[in-house]
Ligand binder design. Structure first.
Ligand SMILES: Cc1ncc(COP(=O)(O)O)c(C=O)c1O
Length: 357
């Protein structure tokens, strides 16, 4: 979970305080903030604001994808081994409901997740539900090649970009997924319960998870909301969650994305990559290993050790004010632009001590 920048806190504080005098909120404010967020999110995705829906979480976005992507008895839904639960349970349920199979790509012996996925993208796959970065190895997936393979097969592609968007370059124009979601509180550096969902134009007539007033074409005229209309707002807006206007959190989430765009995703990726490279180079000497640089995401380093990660590992490090997580059998190190080479040196010193060398 990334820390909030001071400017993001400020935007959130100002947003929250608007509710202290709600009579100053005009009908327009229910739309302008949402559209500003959509525009920034679109820039990050390299797509159009019309293709962005505002959602609460990765699971919300994935549930939207599952509501719309077709799958039949005898077909399968492809997921990765040790994939994050918000991109697993919904597909497990859909497969059970439709008499389809959940096909799990096993951890590849050569650590090449892209090749492992491409191998298993066979005729019966109806949906590939994937991340850009495998959760417990940091292995990166070449989504351009996978997207191409899905289109060739006629399979749907639903992506959970929560652990990559904002820190690893991505383009909907190049990948062409059907749906792609990212929760906002990690690499998008926003508050909790804010997220974005890309919906490809071919699904803009799809069925949203909720039916709420603000998704509808007559929403701007508050006095006639009960003149019920079957028409939705254009593009992906029909997939927006209820209360998406969110005066408190949305300005903060938007401010964070603007900062990421100012820094540049490629630059963030390179900065994080230099730090994880520095770490790996030093710690292999005392028994830690990771996927090779060419197979892993630069910003998301998972370290393993033959003898395992000691149970008190994160506590020992937290004592030194170093905060990393253990996920599966890996220690996950996810630096950002607020980290520097000295931080990595401190971590190396601690890991050397823990490894007893
Ligand atoms: C890969 C991935 N997806 C999604 C999430 C968050 O899911 P949700 O927004 O459904 O809580 C996380 C949180 O750790 C994650 O690592």
């Amino acid at each position: 979970m990334s820390p909030l920048l001071k400017t993001v806190l400020e935007a959130g504080g100002l947003g929250l305080s608007r509710k202290a005098h709600p009579w100053e909120l005009t009908a327009d404010t229910f739309f302008t903030g949402s559209e500003a967020f959509r525009a920034s999110a679109a820039q990050l995705l390299d797509g159009s604001p019309d293709c962005v829906a505002i959602v609460s979480s990765a699971s919300y976005g994935m549930a939207t994808a599952a509501r719309n992507l077709p799958v039949q008895r005898g077909q399968s839904i492809l997921v990765l081994d040790e994939q994050f639960p918000s991109n697993y349970y919904i597909w497990q349920r859909l497969a059970a409901e439709r008499g389809a199979a959940l096909k799990v790509v096993p951890w590849p012996e050569n650590d090449d997740w892209t090749a492992a996925v491409l191998d298993r993208l066979t005729d019966e796959v109806a949906i590939a539900a994937l991340p850009n970065v495998q959760w417990s190895s940091g292995g990166r997936l070449d989504l351009v090649r996978i997207g191409r393979a899905c289109r060739k097969l006629g399979a749907g592609l639903a992506l959970d970009l929560t652990q990559s968007l904002g820190a690893f370059p991505f383009s909907v124009r190049e990948v062409d997924p059907d749906f792609a979601v990212a929760a906002g509180y990690k690499w998008l550096m926003g508050p909790y319960t804010t997220g974005l969902l890309y919906v490809a134009p071919r699904w803009h007539d799809g069925i949203p998870l909720e039916e709420n007033w603000i998704q509808r074409a007559n929403a701007r005229n508050f006095s006639s909301l009960i003149l019920y209309t079957p028409e939705y707002e254009c593009g992906a807006r029909r997939f927006d969650m209820g209360e998406r206007a969110n005066f408190a959190l949305l300005p903060a989430a938007g401010r964070a994305i603007e900062q990421i765009l100012t820094w540049g995703v490629a630059e963030i990726s390179e900065t994080c990559g230099a730090l994880t490279r520095q770490l790996v180079t030093a710690v292999t000497e005392f028994g830690f290993s990771s996927l090779s640089e060419k197979l892993r995401a630069p910003h998301y380093l998972c370290l393993r050790r033959k003898s395992g990660i000691p149970p008190d590992f994160t506590n020992l490090l937290a004592h030194e004010r170093i905060f990393i997580s253990v996920r599966g059998n890996s220690a996950r190190v996810t630096p950002h632009v607020y980290n520097c080479a000295d931080d990595v040196e401190r971590l190396i010193t601690c890991l050397r001590r823990i490894a007893g060398t």
